[in-house]
Design a protein around this ligand. Structure first.
Ligand code: UDP
Length: 315
């Protein structure tokens, strides 16, 4: 049994990770400010004596009363409407102060720390698909920069603490992920389209819907995260964790509509600034170092996610 801190533990990915770690028999401390996460997401875990919740913002140092073996650092709003606008400075602070505080904790305890970086480090990619060696094309002063540059800075801090302080680090770059425990109203495309179709609301296509994304089901991501953390070969990454199946946003809308009987129609809205045109992970490295590849395709993953939202929304 390991003692594990999960920051951002009540969010979409965090809640799924906490479930997995509890099922694996670990002691889990779930830390969150509940800005985008919710205690509802970890409700039944609270009955487990190996699970506890701490309300805390990673922008402030955290003096954990227990000695930690592993830290998974997930804390950061991840949906553009929640991380941009008047939250953008808070987003950068969460990325940068948050990782410094968690790296200091890792140093204190000799704990291993995994940073959830992002495909956003590639910005508007000029190389396709994106391998980890591609250094990206980020607009440093655009509306996504608070997140993209915040996560890039967090990667650089991870490697500096590794080089200069000997901290045992792991860096994964997560591509678009969907599944149960997403917030129905968080604004991301898969949850938006499913909830719009279930509620009979119009399906909002930004731009012409020709931009592409590669959608990964949450269980595949969690498996990749755990393999990365538990890898004993000292593999630091960064490593892409994503599903290489690539779809246009219009194709996604059509697939969702084919699965949900609805009166919803497609409507077109302006494309947000700096919205990447294409995105697909090269996962050769994850396969080689972790023996990892996704197992759940979009068709199956959408069925599982639609079933979740039907229960959640009572529709
Ligand atoms: N998008 C869309 N309609 C929506 C929400 C998002 O067409 O209701 C588009 C968005 O412009 C982007 C893609 O879907 O091109 C993925 O958006 P999301 O916010 O899910 O993730 P990210 O842009 O961070 O990859």
């Amino acid at each position: 049994m390991k003692t594990i801190l999960v920051t951002g533990g009540t969010g979409f990915i965090g809640a799924n990770l906490c479930r997995r770690l509890i099922a694996d028999g670990h002691r889990v401390i779930c830390l969150d400010n509940n800005y985008t996460g919710s205690l509802e997401n970890v409700q039944e875990l609270q009955a487990c004596p190996r699970f506890s919740f701490v309300k805390h913002d990673v922008i402030e140092p955290y003096d954990c009363p227990e000695k930690l073996d592993y830290i998974y650092n997930l804390a950061c709003p991840a949906s553009p409407p929640f991380y941009q606008g008047n939250r953008s400075i808070f987003t950068t602070k969460t990325c940068v102060f948050g990782i410094i505080n968690m790296l200091e904790l890792a140093k204190r305890d000799g704990a291993r720390i995994l940073q959830t970086s992002t495909s956003e480090v590639y910005g508007e990619p000029l190389v396709h698909p994106q391998p980890e060696t591609y250094r990206g094309n980020v607009n440093p002063h655009g509306i996504r920069a608070c997140y993209d540059e915040g996560k890039r800075c967090a990667e650089s801090l991870m490697f500096d603490y590794h080089r200069h302080e000997g901290v045992d680090i792991r860096v994964i770059r997560i591509f678009n992920t969907y599944g149960p425990y997403m917030n129905p109203d968080d604004g991301r495309v898969v949850s938006n389209f499913i909830c719009q179709a279930l509620r009979g609301q119009d399906i909002t296509i930004y731009g012409e819907g020709q931009q592409t994304r590669s959608f990964q089901y949450i269980d595949d991501l969690i498996e990749g995260m755990v393999r990365m953390m538990e890898n004993e070969q000292g593999f630091t990454g960064p490593v892409n964790i994503g599903n290489p199946g690539e779809f246009t946003i219009l194709q996604l809308a059509e697939q969702v509509l084919s699965k949900i009987p609805t009166t919803s129609k497609l409507v077109y809205r302006p494309l947000p600034g700096d919205d990447p045109t294409q995105r697909r992970p090269d996962i050769t490295l994850a396969d080689k170092e972790l023996g990892w590849a996704p197992t759940i395709n979009l068709d199956k993953g959408l069925d599982l996610t639609i079933a979740y939202f039907r229960r959640k929304l009572g529709l």
